[in-house]
Ligand binder design. Structure first.
Ligand SMILES: Cc1ncc(COP(=O)(O)O)c(C=O)c1O
Length: 359
């Protein structure tokens, strides 16, 4: 008797940041680029209030949240789609655009979910080389063929922490064929304060062949509720609405997200915390001879080529100090670990621990 057989997909599985390792008590998780301060207290309050309504379906169009986003970012509500994380927006994008034989361009150390979704929808994934862990417009353009359908760029990128300057982003869009969709993933844009940088939304909100994604998982501290959104032409968003699951964003996420977006004070506090600690940690990493990205995001990709102890040993030693970082094996970045900036106690503990190992 033959049993039902699932299709075999040729795509790797996402490996998340560990929250536990061995049997370590009170581990400090610095492996998933989550928020150091957690969500706004107003978001938590909204989440708690929502508990009496959880027997009811959520608003399937996320209307209140779209209105609030449109006011905050001066954008058109009908051109927003909300998703269960920005992950779901990548999924919907690949579902909508990829046909047999299409190619999707990603960058060498670009955020891995982009290429996973591109593979799940059976496109050929073309990988553009990076220079010093930074995406290169020239290398992306070299990968374009008449089969190219989508180019994915996280700007700034995870796990490298580097970004493409605004002029280069504009130049890339100009040089790509018009019918190629450029997806700009703005997951970490809030953390950057550099004159040569502009977010995807700022650069492309009026550009019909760019889709921008944003998330509530990073600065807003709502990773566990799964909330993200995309902004694109009305035509693309209408098509996404047609294929999205009807209640793809849950009630708690909608309620908390609405308050998180409105709480500018909390966002400011989170940015200030990150700026302060990223500078401090950066100088410690330099003193330890660890090569890393400049402070721009809420994490550091640390390379241990020039240190007396390699990344595997450092990982072990840090876990013995309860600090859990992210290994970079899935990204095939050798002798490296990624560190997320944590709260004050976590950062001080990390600084003391790494100093003891390498200074
Ligand atoms: C570049 C980038 N984009 C998107 C995401 C995923 O965001 P979400 O939690 O909204 O699915 C992450 C999470 O690590 C990320 O690093």
């Amino acid at each position: 008797m033959s049993l039902p057989k699932p299709i075999k997909f040729k795509a790797e599985r996402y490996i998340g940041g560990l929250s536990k390792f061995k049997k370590i008590d009170n581990p400090i998780k610095l492996s998933a680029n989550e928020s150091a301060l957690g969500p706004s207290p107003k978001a938590i309050e909204a989440f708690e209030k929502e508990k009496d309504k959880i027997f009811k379906y959520p608003d399937s169009d996320s209307n209140f949240l779209k209105e609030t986003l449109s006011k905050k970012f001066n954008i058109i509500p009908d051109r927003i789609i909300c998703g269960s994380g920005s992950d779901q927006i990548f999924d919907l994008t690949c579902h909508l655009f990829i046909e047999p034989g299409d190619e999707v361009i990603v960058t060498e150390f670009g955020f891995i979910m982009h290429r996973i979704y591109a593979s799940l929808y059976k496109s050929e994934v073309k990988v553009a080389k990076e220079k010093n862990f930074k995406a290169s417009v020239d290398e992306i353009l070299k990968k374009v063929t008449n089969k190219t359908k989508i180019v994915f760029i996280a700007n700034p990128n995870n796990p490298t922490g580097t970004y493409i300057a605004k002029n280069d982003m504009l130049n890339l869009r100009k040089k790509l064929r018009e019918n190629i969709l450029m997806v700009v993933d703005d997951a970490y844009f809030e953390f950057i304060n550099s004159e040569d940088y502009a977010s995807g939304l700022e650069l492309f909100k009026n550009t019909a062949n760019v889709l921008v994604t944003r998330t509530f998982s990073k600065i807003y501290g709502l990773a566990g509720l799964r909330l993200g959104w995309g902004y694109a032409s009305k035509e693309i968003i209408d098509a996404m609405n047609q294929i999205k699951p009807p209640f793809n964003v849950n009630r708690a996420a909608l309620a908390a997200g609405l308050e998180a977006i409105k709480d500018s004070e909390w966002i400011k506090k989170a940015i200030e915390h990150n700026t302060l600690w990223s500078k401090r940690i950066f100088s410690v990493l330099q003193e330890c001879n660890i090569k890393t990205n400049k402070p721009a995001v809420n994490f550091f990709l640390m390379n241990f080529n020039e240190t007396k102890v390699n990344s595997d040993e450092i990982f072990e030693k840090l876990t013995n100090e309860r600090l859990i970082l992210r290994k970079m094996n899935q990204y095939k970045i050798s002798d490296s670990l990624r560190l997320t900036i944590g709260n004050k106690e976590a950062n001080e503990h990390f600084i003391k621990s790494i100093g003891g190992m390498l200074k």
